[in-house]
Write a protein that binds this ligand. Structure first.
Ligand code: ADP
Ligand code: MG
Length: 209
């Protein structure tokens, strides 16, 4: 097996571990302004994604990630299931055979754009996009500075964290929590937190020697 497919599988395994560890926290965050099912949905989705990734064949990272995304969509359910699944699948489908920083950036951007389009969402709506969009913008900066993909991912992670943290003061404009209006302010968006944990698990994997 090539190191590329192996690395992608390790990323998916470490995302699953991070999401399993955060299940109760994600459930609590979703209970604040939603229905409390976000932790369970993410764990269900990532277990299916992990199984699909581990059995995916070939040497490339893209198809491993694409298979994980499709399995996630089918298993997770809920608004976030379809959106996270499409995000992961689109990133996988958009990765080149030999991805450089520019291509990694374009692939993540393609995934983010699909979520914005399907979810009719923009930055400031208190969703996963508030984590993912600043991350993509920072990846672009990193690409312009000539950083390697591994360096770029670590460089962009703090922007994702800041974006996630900013959701606490936002009023939800999309999804179930938007029904609460002003009362949705004051808690972190669960999908934004999941997105950050996923990105961080990838950074941890890439930085493991
Ligand atoms: P549900 O709302 O169906 O119970 P989850 O609880 O699993 O689904 O996921 C809620 C998360 O999904 C939110 O925290 C938000 O980040 C994300 N989300 C919901 N609607 C949208 C949307 N239209 N666009 C982007 N993200 C969304
Ligand atoms: Mg929910």
């Amino acid at each position: 097996m090539s190191t590329q497919a192996k690395l992608a599988k390790q990323c998916v395994a470490n995302i699953l571990a991070a999401i399993e560890q955060a299940e109760d926290e994600l459930a609590r965050l979703d209970a604040f302004a939603g229905d409390g099912d976000h932790g369970a949905g993410m764990v269900r989705g990532m277990r299916a994604a992990h199984e699909a990734a581990q059995t995916a064949e070939g040497d490339l990272a893209g198809p491993v990630i694409a298979a994980a995304g499709t399995a996630f969509t089918n298993a997770a359910g809920g608004a976030s299931g379809a959106l996270f699944g499409m995000f992961i699948a689109t990133v996988g489908q958009s990765l080149n055979a030999a991805p450089d920083t520019e291509n990694v950036c374009r692939a993540v951007e393609a995934g983010v754009n699909v979520v914005c389009k399907l979810g009719k969402t923009k930055v400031g709506d208190k969703t996963m996009i508030d984590t993912l969009m600043p991350f993509v913008r920072a990846l672009e900066e990193a690409a312009q500075q000539g950083l390697t993909p591994v360096e770029a991912w670590s460089y962009a992670l703090p922007a994702a964290k800041s974006g996630m943290e900013a959701t606490a003061d936002m009023v939800s404009g999309r999804g179930r929590s938007s029904r609460l209006g002003e009362r949705s302010r004051g808690g972190l968006d669960p999908g934004a937190v999941s997105a950050y944990y996923m990105l961080r698990a990838v950074a941890d994997t890439l930085n493991t020697p």
